[in-house]
Every structure is written in structure tokens, then in C-alpha cells.
Design a protein around this ligand. Sequence first.
Ligand code: FES
Length: 250
Amino acid sequence: MVAVPDQLRRTSFAATERRDLWWVAPLAQGLMLAVFICYANWAAFQGRYYRVGGYLSPLYSPLIKPAWFPYSPALLILIPPVLFRATCYYYRKAYYRSYFLDPPACAVGEARGKGYRGETAFPLILQNLHRYLFYITLFYLPFLWHDAYEATWFAGSFGIGVGTLVLLANTVALTLYSLSCHSCRHLVGGNLDCFSCSQFNQTRHTLWKGASALNEHHMLFAWLSFFSVCSADLYVRLVAAGVITDLRLL
Ligand code: FES
């Protein structure tokens, strides 16, 4: 391996030979992420207007309301999904670039001091917990699918409203986001030396190919699912508060 001379390796902050608008993507992503994060935090702290009829905001699902907890029930169940998203490989890339400018973009100089060890030292080494957070948040999916089912019942009779479709779209987006996670690929196809050695391994290979195909679109699912969670909460909130009326389609 050829050693890179020090004078070539060091660049000043934001120095680059790129001539394109490299700063547009981190700026836009940072702004969009800030909007979603602010809205989700605000909605989680409200503690009201999260349920109406069969509709339940995904920020409050699964709904747990113990008598000893006087605050918003969302605060009890949101910690694993929030940490799951915060340690997601895609979001790491987005906020490292947009908020820490580390680096601001590919082939653009960063402001990095001596002794930087990235994700190999505390606190960023905690990002490695992502795999375990994936296992935990997998348990949320059946609850979300159950919520989508519950959203098809109106005073005991089956039906479909705009809210049903909003909640269903959100559940699909969150499922795709989870199944396209890098940790999902590892779960279904990792730690194998031979894919063809047994029927079970061949099945895992098939699942791994499916997870890999979804993984190619992980960034898209990351944005879609964050947008859908906030939109679904907003829709339920507006209907519950009486600001808008849910339209029955069926
Ligand atoms: S890598 Fe994004 S959710 Fe796992």
C-alpha cells in the first residue's frame, strides 16, 4: 500500500475541486430532516388528539397508558424507534453531512481535529447498537398492521375512509423501511459460508436477495416513511380535533 503524503491528505474546511452545486443536497436534506424532527417531537409531547374512532396516530402505537405515567403516552414507546432512526446508516450519512459537516460532501474538505476516531470510539461507537434496535422495532410492525386493520372499522361496520388509506400507506412505508435495513440483510443472510448447502440456507439466500433488492432503495424508504409517519399523525390529529372531516370512501 502506498502511503499518502501528509501535505496531500490535509485539506482546509470546504476546500474542493468540485464545480457542481455540491452543497444543495446536504442543505436540503438538513432542512427537511429538521422539519420532520421538530414536527414529530411536537406531536409526541402533545398527549392528545392522537386517536379518533378506529384511527390511531403511528407516533402513539402501540398505545400504552399506565396510570402511573402522567405524560404523553408517545414518550413511553418512541425511544426505540427514535434511536433506530438516529443510528440508521442512511440518516447517519445525512446528519453527519448536513449538521456536522463531517464531511459536508464527497471530495469536500472537512474540519477535523487530531485524534478523531470516528465510529471506533465513544460516543459514536454506540451507533453499532443499530442492529439490536432493528430487532426491537421489528415488534412494532404487527401493531402498526393491526392499527391499519382497525382503521377499516367504523362503529362496528367495515369501511374505508381517507384515514384508512393514510394509515395503510404509512404502515407499508414503515415496513419497507425496516425490511430494507442493512441489519435485515444481515439477519436473513449473514453468518453463512454456503448458500446452497441446505434447503434452509437456500431459503435464506432467497430472502437475502429480496432484502438486498429493497436495500438499494433504503434512502427512498427512509424519507417516505418519515414523511408518512408525520403525515399520518397530522391527519389523525386534525380529524380528532375537528379541524377536518374524514371522508368515507366505502
Ligand atoms: S440502515 Fe437504515 S434502518 Fe437500518
